[in-house]
Design a protein around this ligand. Structure first.
Ligand SMILES: [Mn+2]
Length: 350
């Protein structure tokens, strides 16, 4: 049996964000095409303070063959069986062990101030020694930490050591909006980016009880966000280099030209240029046909002027060295882009 899973849909007033409803509809649509009959939503189905569930209920009623299993997240802690109505909708407000085929799924709804481990421990006897799958909403603290930038702080956290102690086969978690996995943890991320910071293609997960495998499926969304930053080093051919880089980035997005209309972009050129005007024009032309997030247009606020060829040479070589593994990125270390910017500043501003 295959069980689909998503989280962090953040539904609100439909007219404000129809793309979020449509992303959920796309998941239900793909499920019904493949005859999948169970969808788990691991928290933050609804946005904070949103209390009208009728649009969601209406959507679910169009797919009567699919049972929707919901646990609350930190944004929708108030939802319950008594306020969401639907034959095929079930809301779990207490930890619950649910069987899918012969696999135990432990649902841990979000509790403010709680630790995920203590919630799991409370269900210890029921879990027993068989293979089981954890479904919960909160932060995971592994070696490399991911955080939800929109929500600093701790949300029903669990550490890698705790998870290794409980030994679920896999932990399917909500809260982090970016698709992410590490060890036995998987976050599907939000099925539709909520804003320009939630970039790239979106996915939902499908767990197969026959073999314990998880695969991700692309969600076809109305909107796709991409945020690109280009580093300019002042050179005679700075403009043509930038034009090539723009083409490469667009390639990397992996979008059919027919779907370019779904894309919303944030574009920035930073560093130092001999001709800022030409750089600005290259951005305009290179991304012609794409829509900017909130119509903001390309940004060159952090692009300064410089025309010293010797400094350019030093800058180029420095970036090469940074990219050749001079620096250990990730974890608590600065990002590659931050290092490049800091290096350019030292070269050009001293
Ligand atoms: Mn959350």
């Amino acid at each position: 049996m295959k069980v689909a899973m998503t989280a962090d849909v953040h539904l609100g007033i439909r007219d404000d964000h129809p793309e979020r409803y449509n992303a959920l509809r796309n998941i239900l649509e793909q499920m019904s095409t493949e005859n999948l009959d169970s969808l788990i939503i691991a928290g933050d189905l609804f946005d904070k303070d949103f209390r009208n569930y009728s649009e969601f209920e209406g959507l679910c009623s169009e797919y009567p063959g699919i049972r929707v299993h919901i646990i609350p997240g930190n944004h929708d802690q108030n939802i319950s069986e008594s306020n969401i109505v639907g034959e095929n909708i079930k809301v779990y407000t207490d930890p619950y062990l649910k069987m899918f085929d012969t696999t135990k799924f432990l649902f841990i709804p979000y509790v403010e101030g709680a630790h995920m481990g203590e919630q799991i421990a409370g269900m210890g006897e029921e879990i027993g020694n068989e293979e089981w799958v954890l479904v919960a909403h909160g932060d995971y603290y592994g070696g490399q930490t991911v955080v939800n930038p929109m929500e600093p702080g701790m949300y029903m956290p669990i550490t890698r050591a705790e998870l290794d102690g409980f030994r679920p086969k896999i932990a399917l978690l909500g809260h982090i909006h970016k698709p992410w996995s590490s060890g036995r943890v998987r976050y599907p991320g939000s099925p539709c980016g909520l804003n320009i910071n939630e970039t790239g293609h979106r996915e939902f997960l499908v767990y197969d009880t026959a073999n314990g495998g998880v695969v991700s499926r692309r969600v076809e969304t109305d909107v796709l966000y991409f945020k690109e930053k280009f580093f300019v080093v002042p050179m005679e051919n700075e403009e043509s280099i930038l034009r090539d880089q723009i083409k490469e980035r667009i390639q990397e997005w992996g979008i059919e030209p027919a779907n370019y209309g779904n894309v919303r972009i944030r574009i920035e050129a930073v560093g130092f240029a001999m001709n800022r005007q030409a750089i600005s024009q290259a951005l305009q032309e290179g991304l012609d046909g794409f829509m900017y997030y909130k119509n903001e247009g390309p940004n060159i606020d952090n692009l300064s002027e410089s025309a010293d060829p010797q400094l350019s040479h030093i800058a180029e070589r420095t970036i090469e060295l940074i990219d050749d593994g001079l620096w250990n990125f990730g974890g608590d270390q600065p990002e590659r882009d931050d290092v490049v910017i800091a290096a350019l500043k030292v070269i050009y501003e001293s």
